[in-house]
Design a protein around this ligand. Structure first.
Ligand SMILES: [Zn+2]
Length: 488
């Protein structure tokens, strides 16, 4: 007997439990993908499984729904597989150990994969049901969402007929996501020339920006937090305009989509400038501290003036100044806010990683925008700035955004159905992070899309929990939306 047996809606929990028996962490989706294919095969449903593991399943409409436009339903089949430290479960080969407690489901010692197993379970329950008459359903179950939305990027959807989609990968009941950002990575490489021995009498100075809060470059970019790479770049650029400094080392950040919390540089300075440099940096540090204020209260600048030699390689005064100027000329942070959705950042970028390697200053930016032309324009602008500074910039992994639709029949219909069922309006939200909806919107003409889901907490951790009553409410709501026809 299953752990979830007896819970309602029975078919949804039945499939959720089935999924939890099959290991399905990102990068390990072969078995879950085959399970979904076999599910369709056994029921005689049209299906496609591609070489990336994505599965598309179509269920034709019931009698009476011939004139109703199809619904696309979408979820991702992979989960973030994390376990408590010291836990003996091998998530690559073993089932999850489901438990229920106080109205919630969790997996003992591991993540639950409610994100997005519950979305998949809703889809399977709908495809399986024989007693509920439904319009044509086109179900997209993508592979490896959590590791870069790889499945969604590769999937071919040319066979679909629908133009309205309910994405089931949202973690808060009552919040409808209606727009997300697209993105790209921009890598800038600025050449540096090596010093040839006129630096014997120079002192070495380590500068370290630290204590910043950091965060996700989509979710926290509008919080006014400091970017350690950018602050260090600005400080160094200020120095290079006033003094003879030579860059020896620089390092900050780990991923282009994380706001860096720390960055460090080793520079050479002239002995006679040390006192003045110190005074200059004190003033600048104070300026940043005041500007960041309560938004990033831990900001600190550490300086260590070395007596001996820490590193015997450095770059020329001219190339140091030129490279640092390029950091300051390139934009960073929030570029633009939405005119349609209050408070939403429309376009931004984050200098996530900075390093000095092979006589190049390398910068990696995560660019985001819900408006594709704004993203493309920002990337072009960066390339131009870089090229003018004698550097190279490359745009990688660009993916489209999901722009807010002023006119969205699906959002209107779903909002009305929500009011009828729950007596209140849902919260309509746009986010600045990337979702699969953005990528899929780039593949389905004129896509009208809303993202919903039941309450999940602590996703991507071993403390992940899913609210049982919320799963049932979202199921009833979903059925109401799908079975009400004649809106078009
Ligand atoms: Zn998800």
């Amino acid at each position: 007997m299953g752990v979830l047996e007896g819970l309602q809606p029975a078919s949804v929990f039945h499939y959720f439990e089935e999924i939890s028996r099959i290991p399905h962490g990102s990068g390990n989706i072969g078995k879950i993908s085959d399970y979904l294919r076999d599910f369709a095969k056994e029921r005689g449903l049209f299906h496609i499984q591609d070489k990336f593991g994505n599965v598309v399943i179509v269920k034709e409409e019931a009698a009476g729904f011939e004139k109703e436009e199809p619904y696309i339903l979408q979820a991702h089949m992979d989960m973030v597989a994390v376990a408590d430290e010291g836990c003996d479960i091998d998530m690559k080969t073993e089932s999850l150990r489901l438990k229920t407690e106080a109205g919630k489901i969790y997996a003992e010692h591991t993540s639950l994969g409610g994100d997005d197993g519950i979305g998949v379970a809703y889809c399977l329950a709908l495809l399986d049901t024989e007693d509920i008459a439904l319009p044509r359903l086109e179900v997209i179950l993508t592979a490896d969402e959590e590791t870069g939305m790889e499945g969604a990027k590769e999937i071919d959807l040319s066979m679909l007929q629908g133009h309205r989609m309910i994405n089931l990968d949202q973690e808060e009941e009552g919040i409808f996501i209606v727009s997300c950002a697209g993105g790209a990575r921009v890598d800038v490489k600025i050449p540096l020339a090596e010093d040839s021995g006129d630096t014997q009498n120079m002192r070495q100075l380590t500068m370290r920006v630290k204590g910043l809060l950091g965060g996700h470059s989509g979710v926290e970019i509008d919080k006014g937090r400091g970017n350690a790479n950018w602050i260090l770049g600005a400080l160094l650029c200020g120095l290079s305009q006033r003094f003879d400094i030579r860059l020896s080392k620089i390092q900050g950040g780990q991923a282009d989509n994380a706001i860096p919390r720390e960055a460090e540089a080793l520079i050479l300075v002239r002995e006679e400038d040390v006192a003045e440099i110190d005074a200059f940096l004190k003033t600048e540090e104070e300026k940043f501290r005041t500007e960041l204020g309560e938004k990033d209260p831990g900001f600190a600048l550490e300086k260590v003036c070395h007596n001996g030699i820490v590193c015997d390689k450095s770059c020329t005064k001219e190339s140091t100044a030129q490279a640092l100027a390029c950091i300051c000329k390139l934009p960073n942070g929030v570029i633009d806010r939405s005119a349609d959705v209050e408070g939403l950042v429309e376009t931004s970028l984050n200098l996530g990683v900075m390093s000095l390697q092979e006589n190049e200053l390398r910068l990696s930016y995560a660019v985001r925008s819900s408006v594709d032309s704004s993203r493309e324009n920002l990337c072009r602008h960066m390339i131009e700035i870089a090229e003018r500074a004698g550097a190279r910039a490359k745009v990688k992994n660009a993916y489209p955004g999901w722009a807010y639709r002023k006119d969205s029949p699906l959002r209107e219909k779903m909002t009305a159905a929500y009011r009828e069922l729950f007596g209140k309006a849902p919260t309509i939200q746009a986010i600045h992070a990337g979702l699969e909806c953005g990528i899929l919107a780039g593949k389905i003409a004129d896509l009208d899309c809303v993202s919903i889901g039941p309450d999940l907490s602590d996703v991507h951790t071993a403390q992940e929990k899913m609210d049982i009553a919320s799963v049932e409410r979202v199921w009833n709501y979903l059925l109401k939306v799908l079975t009400e026809c004649g809106q078009k």
